[in-house]
Design a protein around this ligand. Structure first.
Ligand SMILES: [Zn+2]
Length: 302
C-alpha cells in the first residue's frame, strides 16, 4: 500500500485531524541511509509527523523542517516536508545501536536531552522558528508539547514504527488530532475517553487498520468527516545540475585546492545520500568559467 495522508474534521469543525501510513517512506529512508533500527524508528516517527504537518501549510512553495537535537549518540535528526506532505530526512549518526528499553526501541535514549525545533519557511523574510525542550525524545510527546506551548493548540499526537525481525520496516504511521478554539467540554471529554482506550499506533497498523480506520477510532462518536486524501513519499529534490550550481558558486581558491587534490570530486546529498561525481576536467571547466566571470565583471570576487 502506497503511503498517504488523510485530513479530516470532527465535531462540526471543533476538531481537525490528520492520519498517515508511512511504511514506504520509512523503508526508503532506512535503505538510503542504512539506518539502525532505533534510528529508523526515530526518523520514521519524525517523517510521519512532518508529512502530516506539511499538509497544514497553505502555499505551494511553503517548506517545513522538524529538527531534534540532543546529547544522545544520534546527535540530531532533520526532516523537511513540502505542502504536499512529501518528505526527506536524515540523522547525524545513522548507525546508533542501543539496548531495548521496556522491550521497545529506545528512541528517547538515542536523541537524549535537547531541543525540538520546527522551522516554517513561508517565503517571508525570516522563517518562523518554534523551539521547545525535549520532554522524552520519543517524538510524539515532544510534538504534543510543541503544539501546546509554541502554537497554543492542544493536540494529541500518536506515531509509531514497527520493525520486522530482519530489521526492515513492518508498519509505520500516526495521527495528529487538534482542538480548535472554543471546543466544548463534551467534545473534549469524549476525545479524552477515546484516547484512553486507544491502542498504540503500531498495534492498530499491524492489525490492518488504515489511516481512515485510526481516525474513526480516535474520533469515535464525534462525527468524523474525511476531507482529503493524498499520496505522499520520500522525495529529494537534489540533482546533478543543482550540485553543479553550488560548485560553480565556490571561490577560485576552493576550486584550485580541489584541483590540487588531483581526485575526482564526490558530493553527497545529506538528505538522500545520493552521490554526485565530478571529474577534474569538469572542475577545470567550472574554474575557467568562474575566472571569466570575475574578469568580465572587472572586479574582485564577491
Ligand atoms: Zn538528495
Amino acid at each position: 500500500m502506497a503511503d498517504y495522508v488523510v485530513r479530516a474534521t470532527a465535531a462540526k469543525e471543533q476538531i481537525r485531524a490528520f492520519s498517515i501510513t508511512s511504511k514506504e517512506m520509512t523503508e526508503y529512508a532506512r535503505k538510503a541511509h542504512d539506518t539502525s533500527p532505533v534510528v529508523t524508528a526515530a526518523l520514521g516517527r519524525t517523517m510521519a509527523a512532518a508529512s502530516m504537518m506539511g499538509t497544514m501549510m497553505k502555499s505551494p512553495t511553503d517548506v517545513m523542517t522538524i529538527q531534534l537535537m540532543g546529547a544522545g549518540p544520534m546527535k540530531s535528526l532533520t526532516v523537511t516536508s513540502d505542502v504536499a506532505g512529501n518528505v526527506k530526512g536524515f540523522a547525524a549518526n545513522p548507525q546508533v545501536i542501543l539496548p531495548a528499553k521496556n522491550g521497545k526501541l529506545d528512541v528517547g535514549g538515542a536523541i537524549g536531552m535537547g531541543v525540538l525545533r520546527v522551522i516554517r519557511d513561508l517565503g517571508l523574510k525570516e522563517p518562523y522558528v518554534g523551539t521547545v525542550e525535549l520532554k522524552t525524545g520519543e517524538v510524539a510527546e515532544d510534538l504534543t508539547y510543541y503544539f501546546a506551548t509554541s502554537e497554543q493548540t492542544p493536540s494529541s499526537v500518536g506515531l509509531g514504527v514497527l520493525m520486522t525481525p530482519d530489521n526492515t520496516v513492518d508498519v509505520a504511521g500516526g495521527f495528529i488530532v487538534q482542538l480548535m478554539p472554543d471546543t466544548t467540554d463534551e467534545v473534549i471529554d469524549r476525545l479524552e475517553e477515546n484516547i484512553k482506550k486507544l491502542e498504540p499506533v503500531t498495534t492498530m497498523l499491524k492489525n490492518g487498520m488504515t489511516p481512515e480506520d485510526m481516525l474513526s477510532t480516535v474520533l469515535e462518536g464525534l462525527e468524523l468527516c474525511i476531507t482529503d486524501k493524498s499520496n505522499v513519499g520520500f522525495v529529494c529534490d537534489c540533482s546533478r545540475e543543482r550540485v553543479h550550481r553550488s560548485l560553480s558558486a565556490l571561490g577560485v581558491e576552493d576550486l584550485n585546492s580541489i584541483l590540487e587534490d588531483d581526485k575526482p570530486v564526490e558530493v553527497r546529498c545529506q538528505f538522500c545520500n545520493k552521490d554526485y561525481q565530478f571529474s577534474l576536467d569538469e572542475i577545470r571547466k567550472i574554474l575557467s568559467a568562474r575566472k571569466e566571470k570575475i574578469s568580465s565583471s572587472g572586479g574582485e570576487e564577491q
